[in-house]
Design a protein around this ligand. Structure first.
Ligand code: PMP
Length: 480
């Protein structure tokens, strides 16, 4: 038996109201130790010894968190980072937004966990979610409260459409990500994750997806407009070819900006064509808005920018604005033929998440958060647009506050994934937390809080651009 590491030395908790307020109002980060610093290193070592090998973030973001406020995280060694991971796009109003803390704290002593029983907090949350839908949509939808993760809601959406259509196949898109449960993973493109898992959910077929970017996400050497046309032809074929081998599916599932897939916004013409054909054929269209939803792309849901109405919308991450777990499926009433108990789950009634979610919607209106998303998104576009001229940058793309910089191999032998890792590490040393994604993790991603200020964004962009420019410098030793 391995000895458990000794308990860490007592860790000072700099969590007074004053220091939290100071953290929230910072203009920028500071990193004063090597990373990880000594106290973080202690906890990382204990974590490595005791936690699963499947753990992820600390491998690339090596610090332990002491506290967080707004757009900032302070680690145990006193280093302060700008957090442009934001809990994987969850903390839409930043860490510990004081008004969300207040309503969640108040709710805590009233009622916390309610299965799927009605309560005032749940009713107000439902009302708030319906009020954010495009005009008229609320009249003909229903909401399923799921287990609190995106993957659970994706599972529910698949079960819903299979039940309603009596069919069993699903069309999904390469590059897509829908979660890590067995079924959600079966719908996900990333083969590295799927390879060790035998017997995935059968009946899933993947088709290529054209992006609304200059490259259209086309393979190297393929003309982008030809690519878009080919993707559409393949999609039509898949749904209609009597000799194509794919039965009429129970659903088509898509992200409108693939997040984990490397920030690929779907082509508008393609998406509209998908909507039209699925409607003609009676195939429900599921739009996975787990990452794009609740304001991330500049509208409450990304589908609004495509001028389509999906049959099923899946949402989760940012619904509570502060990381309290909640997930929903919003779907057309006609699909509501599943039986009582068709998708149960113990944790479908987190009242704290409901209270915070209602307040989040209120703050979105009052503080014009969507305007901020669009303005800060333009700030990013203006600043990063010029990066395209670097030999190691393939494409800069994004919507609202969801951005990706796709890198390409350096002539000195470093691969795109290696460069992206160097950018992430370099930015972290300068105080900016970034995420990676896309094929072979070659896309550097930003998911800032949606209320990030212009000044903090400016500082973050300085750090990011510096990290990308530095990584693009030729190095004699490609292992550096
Ligand atoms: N769908 C999308 C589009 C996502 O980005 C994610 C999470 N990154 C999921 C589903 C799964 O959500 P969860 O991790 O909460 O299960």
């Amino acid at each position: 038996m391995t000895a458990i590491l000794p308990s860490p030395s007592p860790i000072p908790c700099p969590g007074s109201a004053e220091s939290l307020a100071a953290l929230r109002d910072r203009a920028g980060p500071h990193v004063d130790t090597a990373l990880p610093g000594p106290r973080s290193a202690e906890l990382l070592a204990r974590q490595e010894q005791r936690e699963s090998n499947a753990r992820t973030y600390p491998r690339h973001l090596p610090f332990a968190v002491a506290q967080a406020a707004g757009s900032f995280i302070r680690d145990l060694d006193g280093n302060v980072f700008i957090d442009f991971l934001a809990g994987a796009g969850v903390l839409s109003l930043g860490h510990n937004h004081p008004e969300l803390v207040e309503v969640a704290t108040a709710q805590m002593s009233v009622f916390t966990h309610g299965l799927d029983m009605p309560s005032p907090a749940k009713d107000a949350f439902t009302e708030a979610q319906l009020s954010m839908l495009p005009a008229g949509m609320a009249d003909h939808v229903k909401i399923q409260f799921c287990g609190p993760t995106g993957a659970n809601a994706v599972d529910a959406a698949i079960k819903l459409t299979k039940t309603a259509t009596g069919r069993g196949d699903i069309l999904a898109f390469s590059g897509g990500f829908h979660g890590s449960t067995h079924a959600a993973m079966a719908l996900t493109g990333n083969l590295a994750q799927k390879r060790p898992i035998a017997n995935p959910m059968p009946g899933v077929h993947f088709l290529p997806y054209p992006a609304d970017t200059p490259s259209a996400g086309a393979p190297d050497g393929v003309d982008p407009s030809a690519w878009e046309a080919s993707c559409l032809a393949l999609f039509e074929r898949a749904l209609t070819d009597p000799n194509g081998g794919i039965p009429l599916p129970a659903a088509v599932i898509m992200e409108l900006v693939q997040g984990e897939g490397g920030v690929n916004p779907a082509s508008v013409a393609f998406t509209r064509a998908v909507r039209e054909l699925t409607r003609q054929l009676g195939v429900p269209l599921i739009v996975d808005e787990v990452q794009t939803g609740a304001g991330r792309t500049g509208t409450w849901f990304a589908f609004e920018q495509y001028d389509i109405e999906p049959d099923v919308v899946v949402a989760s991450k940012a619904l509570s604005g502060m990381g309290l777990p909640v997930a929903i499926v919003i779907y057309h009433r006609d699909l509501d033929v599943w039986a009582p108990g068709a998708h149960t789950g113990t944790f479908r009634g987190n009242q704290l998440a409901f209270a915070a979610g209602v307040k989040t919607v209120e703050i979105f209106h009052r503080d014009r958060i969507l305007d901020n998303v669009r303005a800060r998104g333009e700030q990013v576009r203006a600043r990063l647009g010029a990066l395209d001229s670097l030999p190691t940058v393939r494409e800069v793309r994004g919507r609202g506050l969801m951005w990706g910089i796709e890198l390409t191999a350096h002539s000195d032998g470093r691969g795109a994934g290696q460069l992206a890792e160097q950018v992430q590490a370099g930015a972290l040393r300068d105080g900016l937390i970034l995420e990676l994604g896309g094929r072979n993790d070659r896309v550097v991603r930003m998911l800032p809080p949606l209320n990030v200020t212009e000044q903090v964004m400016d500082t973050a962009l300085d750090i990011l651009v510096h990290a990308i420019e530095t990584s693009a410098v030729h190095t004699a030793d490609p292992c550096v």
